[in-house]
Design a protein around this ligand. Structure first.
Ligand SMILES: Cc1ncc(COP(=O)(O)O)c(C=O)c1O
Length: 410
C-alpha cells in the first residue's frame, strides 16, 4: 500500500475486501462484500467450535458484544436491541406485539416496500382485523404529505423503509416522526437498505422501532439481524414468541427455567430474543460493525453518497436514463437506471436495458435488476475508479447503440 493509500482510510479499507479485485462490486443493496477481518473472525469461531466444542459463555459474550456494537452504531442502548434472524423477523416481532384492536390501522406505501414490510401487515389484517391503509407512491417516492393525510383516529402505526430497495430514494424519517409523535402514532423503520452506510441516530430520528438485517450495509452474513425498540415502547409490549432469553431470570444459566408461573419479560427489546443465537452471524457482524465504526457512518455516508452522485451524473451524461435524474436531493447510495418502476421484482422487460445489463455483466460489474431497472449500489469499499469504469462501459455501450434513451421502454 502506498503512502496516499495509508493516509486515506477508505483506500486502506478497500484493501481488506478482496472481492473488489475481482469485480466492480456495486451490489450492496443485494448483499455487501465480506472483509478479510470478518472472514478471520468467522474462521476463529469455527476453529473454536471444531477443536473445543464451544464455550457457551464465550459465545454469548460475543453475541452480546454484537448487540452492543449495533446499539452504539445507531445511538441506542443495548437493552433496546434484540438479536433477530432478519428484517422480516424484526418486523413481525414488533408488529405482532403491538396492542391492536380490530379496526385499528397501519399506514404503508406498499408499492415501494419490500415484501418483508408488506406481508406481516396483511397477515395481521387477516388474523386480528386491522386495516392496512395503502398510500400510493409519487414519482418513485413515498409521499410524506399523503402518509400524514392517511393517518386517522384509528392509526396506530406508520411503517416505511429508510431507503427503498428500488429505486433507492431516502425517506424523510425525522419529519415523519415529528408529525406522528403528537398524534400518538408509532413509527417503524425497515432500515435494511441504509444501516451501516447512512448515519443512523435513532434518538435524533425519534423512531419507535427499526429492523435491520446484517448481509447488506452491515457487511455481515445472512440469517442475522437486529430489532431496535425504544425502551419505553418495548416495556409496554408483550412478545408473541417467548423463551428463556426473553424472560428476566436471576439464574446465570441460559437454560434455567426460573419461576414459570411468575415470570417477567426481559428488559426492553431483550424480550424479543428467542432461544440460542445465530452465533456465527453475531461473530461476523460484531467484527464488521467494528470495522465500520473505525471509519464512522458520518464519513461513510458522505463518501459513498458522493460516489453515487458522481456515478449518477456520469451515467446521465452518457445519455442513459438515471431514474429521478442525476442530482435529486433524496438520492443516497443507490443509482437506478431506467425510466419506469415495474411490478416485477427481479426482471427487466426492456431490450435496451437488457443489453446494457449484459454489457455490465461482461465488464464484471456486479449489480442487480430490481423493479424493471438496473440497480447499482455502493459502500465503503468502492472508489472513484469503480465509478469511472462503469461510466466508461456505459459510454461505449451508448456509442454502440443507434437507439437513443428517448426510446427506452418502447
Ligand atoms: C428494504 C428491504 N427490506 C427487507 C429486505 C430483506 O428482508 P429479510 O432480511 O427479512 O430477508 C430487503 C432485501 O433483501 C430490503 O431491501
Amino acid at each position: 500500500m502506498n503512502s496516499s493509500a495509508s493516509a486515506d482510510p477508505f483506500a486502506a479499507r478497500r484493501a481488506a475486501f478482496p472481492g473488489t479485485e475481482r469485480h466492480i462490486y456495486l451490489d450492496v443493496a443485494a448483499r455487501g462484500l465480506i472483509s478479510v477481518g470478518v472472514r478471520g473472525a468467522i474462521d476463529s469461531y469455527l476453529d473454536h467450535r471444531m477443536m473445543e466444542g464451544g464455550d457457551k459463555a464465550w459465545m454469548f459474550s460475543l453475541a452480546e458484544e454484537s448487540r452492543q456494537r449495533f446499539a452504539g452504531l445507531i445511538g441506542a442502548d443495548a437493552d433496546e436491541v434484540s438479536l433477530t434472524k432478519n428484517v422480516s423477523e424484526g418486523i413481525n416481532a414488533f408488529g405482532t406485539a403491538l396492542p391492536w384492536q380490530a379496526g385499528d390501522n397501519v399506514v404503508v406505501c406498499q408499492a415501494l416496500e419490500h415484501p418483508a414490510n408488506i406481508f406481516p401487515w396483511q397477515n395481521l389484517a387477516l388474523q386480528r382485523g386491522i386495516a392496512v391503509k395503502v398510500v400510493p407512491p409519487v414519482g418513485g417516492r413515498v409521499p410524506l404529505d399523503r402518509v400524514i393525510a392517511a393517518i386517522d383516529a384509528r392509526t396506530r402505526l406508520v411503517t416505511v423503509s429508510s431507503v427503498s430497495f428500488a429505486p433507492g430514494f431516502r425517506f424523510p424519517l425525522a419529519e415523519l416522526t415529528r408529525q406522528c409523535r403528537p398524534r400518538g402514532v408509532r413509527v417503524l423503520v425497515d432500515a435494511a437498505q441504509s444501516v451501516g452506510i447512512l448515519e443512523t441516530d435513532v434518538r435524533a430520528l425519534d423512531v419507535d422501532a427499526l429492523a435491520a438485517s446484517t448481509q447488506k450495509g452491515l457487511l455481515g452474513l445472512y440469517g442475522s439481524g437486529f430489532l431496535y425498540v425504544r425502551r419505553d415502547v418495548a416495556e409496554d409490549l408483550a412478545p408473541i414468541y417467548l423463551s428463556r432469553p426473553g424472560v428476566r431470570i436471576a439464574a446465570e444459566h441460559e437454560a434455567a427455567a426460573g419461576t414459570p408461573d411468575a415470570f417477567a419479560y426481559a428488559f426492553g427489546a431483550r424480550r424479543f430474543d428467542v432461544g440460542n443465537f445465530n452465533f456465527v452471524g453475531a461473530v461476523a457482524v460484531r467484527q464488521s460493525i467494528g470495522e465500520i465504526g473505525a471509519i464512522g457512518t458520518r464519513a461513510i455516508e458522505a463518501r459513498v453518497c458522493g460516489l453515487a452522485r458522481r456515478l449518477a451524473e456520469g451515467l446521465h451524461e452518457t445519455g442513459l436514463p438515471v431514474f429521478g435524474g442525476p442530482d435529486c436531493p433524496d438520492q443516497a447510495h443507490i443509482v437506478a437506471i431506467g425510466e419506469h418502476l415495474s411490478e416485477e421484482h427481479d426482471a427487466v422487460g426492456d431490450a435496451f436495458l437488457l443489453a446494457l445489463n449484459a454489457r455490465l455483466e461482461a465488464a464484471h460489474v456486479r449489480h442487480t435488476i430490481r423493479r424493471g431497472m438496473l440497480r447499482l449500489s455502493l459502500h465503503l469499499y468502492n472508489n472513484e475508479d469503480d465509478v469511472d469504469r462503469v461510466i466508461e462501459v456505459a459510454r461505449s455501450f451508448m456509442a454502440s447503440k443507434s437507439r437513443r434513451p428517448a426510446k427506452v421502454g418502447t
